[in-house]
Design a protein around this ligand. Structure first.
Ligand code: DC
Length: 215
């Protein structure tokens, strides 16, 4: 039996992995880290300081200073920061610095849920449970579109769809830690599944793993 229990959740943007990760962390009383926010915080610090986004040495220094306790989703969730985060996430030195902090977080007792793109493959290859949450690009674009409209803002579906495709390509085609399911990940396709159904499926997988971990 290991001292802590780690749940790794990966997948593309807007597949529902963030909501799932938060619900699971709450259910099991585990810590939760949205690792996308660590890339976003690095990108925001560079933008705020007027620094270039293509200088790996500078981006690495900033990444080393990211405080995991101070990540604020409401500030970091803008489209501009997401775009910048996706650009600096291709840099190996930035990834090294952030992965080190993420691994440290994953050790927090009694357990942790980490969500991102490379958790099951790189950050926590020995995680107790690995989930890969995905959905068709048009479904994810529609969800994002409805979320924006629901907040009373204007949105262009075609623009959002193109953006989702561009982000997927950048995240899955980069050389260092590309987005892909770990060989031992459970695949959850939420294209035709409600988040509640995805949650119940994930919960049965985790409950079974928790029992195995105790025996
Ligand atoms: O999930 P998100 O949109 O907040 O992530 C922002 C960017 O960070 C995204 O383009 C991919 C990158 N990212 C990554 O490369 N590895 C992670 N573990 C998490 C996010």
């Amino acid at each position: 039996m290991t001292a802590t229990f780690t749940i790794a959740i990966d997948g593309p943007a807007a597949a529902g992995k963030g909501t799932l990760a938060r619900c699971l962390a709450e259910t099991y009383g585990f810590h939760h880290l949205d690792t996308g926010l660590t890339y976003r915080a690095t990108a925001k610090a560079l933008l705020d300081a007027g620094m270039p986004l293509d200088n790996e040495l500078i981006a690495e220094k900033i990444a080393q200073q990211v405080d995991l306790a101070g990540l604020d989703r409401s500030i970091l969730s803008t489209h501009q920061i997401g775009e910048a985060a996706s650009r600096i996430a291709v840099m190996p030195a930035v990834r090294r610095a952030l992965v080190e902090a993420q691994r440290h977080f994953a050790l927090k007792p009694p357990g942790a849920v980490l969500d991102g793109r490379d958790i099951g493959t790189v950050v926590c290859p020995d995680a107790n449970v690995k989930l890969y949450v995905t959905a068709a690009a048009n479904v994810r674009a529609k969800r994002r579109y409805e979320e924006i409209i629901g907040n009373g803002l204007a949105a262009d579906y075609d623009e959002i769809f193109k953006d989702v495709q561009k982000r997927d390509a950048r995240d899955s085609e980069r050389a260092d830690s590309p987005m892909r399911p770990a060989a031992d990940a459970h695949l959850l396709d939420t294209s035709k599944m409600s988040i509640e159904a995805a949650f119940q499926t994930a919960k049965s997988i985790i409950d079974a793993a928790l029992i195995r971990n105790k025996t």
